[in-house]
Design a protein. Structure first.
Length: 146
């Protein structure tokens, strides 16, 4: 009977150790995720591949993976009727911003997109944006007068 008591104590210790290890692992992954997030814009391919392998499940995400907001760089006011061209190497999507300066994109495939914003009287602006696992990405574009 004494042997079973030792087994129960060992089992309890093992459970406590496992709980500690899982907390440590979660904290380590949180730190790694934070570091990877820091290179999201500068290394979009690395970021996309990391997200695919990591299989991070984001709660509360929907089917709206990209929102683009255009603003007049001088006044800070939203810029309507800006032509936005998204290119991912295979397809090209062209839309105009609404009165509030925004444009929303649903059902985009994961990957890197080149976004060009153009409007007469303003300098064309080109940026790269990454779409990963349907997670919402907000791209802000400042429109400079030509």
């Amino acid at each position: 009977m004494q042997q079973r008591r030792v087994d129960a104590a060992a089992s309890s210790n093992a459970t406590n150790l496992l709980a500690t290890l899982l907390k440590t692992r979660a904290t380590s992954w949180d730190k790694i995720d934070t570091l990877v997030e820091m290179v999201r814009m500068s290394e979009p391919n690395f970021y996309n591949e990391y997200q695919k392998v990591r299989k991070v499940i984001e709660k509360g995400t929907g089917s709206l993976p990209l929102k683009i907001k255009t603003t007049n760089a001088q006044t800070g006011e939203p810029k309507a009727n800006v032509t936005l061209t998204l290119v991912d190497g295979q397809e090209k999507i062209v839309k105009k911003t609404a009165e509030g300066g925004g444009s929303y994109y649903k059902s985009l495939a994961d990957g890197s997109y080149t976004v060009t914003a153009s409007k007469p009287g303003f300098t064309n602006t080109t940026k790269t944006v990454s779409v990963v696992n349907g997670e919402l990405t907000v791209l802000e574009i400042l429109m400079e007068k030509a």
